[in-house]
Write a protein that binds this ligand. Structure first.
Ligand code: GLY
Ligand code: MN
Ligand code: MN
Length: 445
């Protein structure tokens, strides 16, 4: 691990140690390998909390943070070196690597977890851990707790409180550090470039999956081998299925295609949606609805700044969308009734999701949305998506030319000291810019 990264992770651990206090322990398990079928695993993805705290890339490990413990504050349990397994599966850092390269004060083989963990819990009041996430891990924590209690007659006191680790870890993860933002900027730039490539490649008759393949390859070429989530490529009315991932239909001349795809780079997600015409030209009804979503998105992005609450972008989008739907006659009402129409959720048949989510190591990243019962204030360093849409079902009671059109426009936005920065700005979203890029891409070579 580069010295700079090691230093930053040490700083994070120190902050978390300060937050939990010297009378507590934090336990964070690494992810485990997950079977896909028989003896084949899904590609391994390390747990985000675990990576954020340790940078250690191997499965099954367990990190313990025990502030001011006499045997060391940061203890890592991991797989030992194993020359035979390493021939098959590759290099393991082992306990030596955990100390030398990942800055653990002490490291032990996993086989010693049940013996050593109770020692680390002795005389601590609280255990912070991802409570209720994994049944097996919950049981292990209970067993360690019982093992400490069994030492009561020797004068050892056992923890009395179990606390979910969200409070200490996730609130820290919510505010991105400069190095994290540098990675997120790169991830967004790679995904934006891949979206541009799709606009230049798309042609009527292609299968949705072929666009997906172009996206994956454009990201991989730039060093992002994995996606933050399975890409959604929905042509025509498939765009109205919010989590459509079949990506198996043919793209028809005259339809729009919605592509919601973002790579993961060094553990950080991007999440971008663009909607563009399969043949490179928006029809009039498509353009009308697209411009409406774009105006809603721009208004929502405008509301991303310190001093605004989390729901400000959503409310800004609802106002534009609902006014537009009234004007189009999709919902009954008058321009002056918009506030009431929003209260009555009249937009819901056409816009059924919220306008964004935190973005970070996880695509739907961690961090509370409300504090003390109120939507929280936006602060510099928070990153979120802004993603309004309109989805007109094929059987909606609206003029026929609008039916089966689904549109979403999604950008990744950082809250800055005085406003915001759109990390995904390299992917065009203005109608003219899309049509021009597509015309250039589709010209005969
Ligand atoms: N791609 C997942 C989302 O937009 O929330
Ligand atoms: Mn999203
Ligand atoms: Mn998305």
């Amino acid at each position: 691990m580069p010295a700079k990264t090691a230093k930053e992770l040490k700083h994070r651990r120190r902050e978390v140690a300060r937050a939990i206090g010297a009378d507590a322990v934090l336990i964070v398990p690494a992810a485990r390998e997950v079977t896909r079928n028989r003896d084949v695993h899904f590609p391994f993805r390390q747990d985000s909390d675990f990576t954020w705290l340790t940078g250690f890339p191997e499965p099954d490990a367990v990190a313990v943070l025990a502030p001011k413990h006499k045997d060391g504050e940061f203890v890592l349990f991991c797989r030992p070196r194993d020359p035979e397994r390493e021939v098959w599966d590759g290099y393991r850092y082992g306990t030596e690597g955990a100390v030398e390269q990942f800055g653990a004060d002490a490291a032990h083989p996993l086989a010693e977890l049940d013996e050593k963990l109770p020692e680390l819990l002795a005389d601590r009041k609280r255990i912070h851990y991802p409570l209720g996430v994994d049944d097996d891990f919950d049981l292990r924590v209970m067993r360690w707790l019982r093992a400490v209690r069994a030492k009561a007659r020797k004068g050892v006191s056992a923890p009395t409180e179990l606390v979910t680790s969200d409070g200490v870890l996730h609130e820290q993860r919510l505010i991105k550090r400069p190095s994290e933002l540098a990675t997120m900027r790169r991830a967004a730039r790679i995904s934006a470039g891949a979206h541009c490539r799709l606009m230049q490649t798309c042609k009527p008759g292609m299968i949705e999956q072929a666009l997906e393949a172009v996206f994956l390859s454009a990201c991989a070429e730039q060093g992002a081998r994995f996606q933050a989530y399975p890409p959604i490529v929905g042509g025509g009315a498939n765009a109205c299925v919010l989590h459509y991932v079949d990506n198996a239909a043919e793209l028809a001349d005259g339809d729009l295609v919605l592509v919601d795809a973002g790579c993961e780079l060094d553990g950080y997600a991007s999440d971008i949606t663009r909607t563009f015409p399969v043949n490179g030209r928006f029809s009039t009804p498509q353009r009308t609805l697209y411009e409406l979503v774009l105006q809603a998105q721009l208004a929502a992005i405008d509301a991303v700044k310190p001093g605004k609450r989390w729901d400000a972008p959503h409310n800004a989008a609802l106002k534009v969308l609902t006014s537009g739907l009234v004007e189009l006659g999709f919902i009954d009402g008058k321009a002056e009734d918009v506030a009431q129409l929003i209260k009555d959720e009249q937009y819901k048949p056409f816009y059924m999701h919220r306008t964004g989510h935190w973005l970070g190591m996880d695509v739907h990243d961690v961090g509370r949305y409300k504090c003390d019962g109120k939507w929280r204030m936006l602060e510099p360093g928070m990153t979120l998506t802004v993603e309004p849409g309109l989805y007109v079902a094929p059987d909606a009671a609206v003029p026929a030319e609008y039916r089966g059109i689904g549109i979403r426009i999604e950008d990744d936005v950082l809250v800055t000291e005085d406003g915001h920065e759109v990390l995904s700005r390299d992917a065009p979203k203005e109608v003219d810019a899309i049509e021009q890029l597509m015309a250039r891409g589709q010209a005969p070579r």
